[in-house]
Design a protein around this ligand. Structure first.
Ligand SMILES: NC(=O)c1ccc[n+]([C@@H]2O[C@H](COP(=O)([O-])OP(=O)(O)OC[C@H]3O[C@@H](n4cnc5c(N)ncnc54)[C@H](O)[C@@H]3O)[C@@H](O)[C@H]2O)c1
Length: 261
């Protein structure tokens, strides 16, 4: 039966990490618009508050790399609302450098946020969701796992680990009614990808960005660079009942740049 209400998230309790900016902010907004109570978590507390204030969400200043802070975020949310239905792990960082040059500190920093941050939230949330008998988790990988783009090895490795974590967890928790998926976005216009085109006054040099995007657009059959909302819609689908038969999958909103089996 066709039922559009499968996309509704009425009164579901959601935690979104990285909610202060870019894809996380767009996702928090969209889940709230679909009816969810959204806890907006970000290491940048001011940014988290800004997002939460847009729709009456709950702000939380949390560094996902710190296990105790994550435990307080996830367990505190479940205590406050009496349940936890949705976890979207969107917080992430990138460091660039050739493999032969990359300092160990950069490797550790990226691993701590992108992989271990995702692991901490997944572990804590999965315990609660399994006991509850329901829940949906979406992690954020990257199109970087589908190729070997130079100078982002530490980032790509951390995202490949997120893919594997997603599959392993999905295999373990499905019998408790919990689904675990990931998105692997292509290039999206956010603070993370616009930093190369920042002028000293903080504005973006649109001409420089358009020039840099040109060859990347050509790689997409759609000729597109993504906007944060393009990824938020994919996340919304995965956490909704419309995806009740979907787990352990990597969804690629990437303009068709990569088409793996
Ligand atoms: N923008 C892209 O092209 C792209 C492509 C593929 C994947 N991604 C992934 O999407 C996610 C969101 O990226 P974005 O482009 O929106 O970037 P962004 O920089 O706009 O947003 C990232 C947010 O995460 C927060 N954050 C960083 N470290 C944190 C920590 N330790 N604890 C809590 N919050 C933290 C930042 O404060 C920021 O608000 C990331 O995981 C990124 O790797 C982005």
């Amino acid at each position: 039966m066709v039922d559009i209400s499968a996309y509704a998230l009425d009164k579901r309790v959601a935690v979104v990490t990285g909610a202060g900016s870019g894809i996380g902010r767009a996702t928090a907004r969209l889940l709230a618009a679909a009816g969810a109570h959204v806890v907006c978590a970000d290491v940048d507390g001011v940014a988290a508050e800004r997002t939460a204030a847009e729709f009456g969400g709950v702000p939380a200043e949390v560094d996902v790399a710190l296990r105790e802070q994550v435990a307080e975020l996830i367990e505190g949310t479940a205590r406050r609302f009496g349940r936890l239905d949705i976890l979207c792990n969107i917080a992430g960082i990138i460091r660039t450098g050739l493999v032969v040059d990359v300092p160990e500190e950069d490797l550790d920093a990226v691993w701590a946020v992108n992989f271990k941050g995702t692991f901490h939230t997944c572990q804590t949330a999965a315990r609660i969701m399994c006991a509850q008998g329901s829940g949906a988790i979406v992690n954020t990988a990257s199109g970087a796992v589908d190729s070997a783009t130079p100078e982002i090895m530490s980032y790509s490795v951390s995202k490949a680990a997120v893919v594997q974590l997603t599959k392993n967890l999905a295999a373990e928790v499905g019998r408790f009614g919990v689904r675990v998926n990931a998105v692997a976005p292509g290039l999206v216009r956010t603070a993370m990808t616009s930093r190369h085109y920042l002028r000293p006054d903080g504005s973006i040099d649109e001409d420089a960005r358009a020039a840099a995007e040109k060859p990347l657009r050509r790689m997409s059959p759609l000729g597109m660079i993504g906007e944060p909302e393009d990824i938020a819609h994919a996340v919304h689908y995965l956490v909704s009942d419309a995806a009740r038969f979907v787990t352990g999958q990597i969804l690629r909103p990437n303009g068709g740049v990569a088409m793996p089996w």
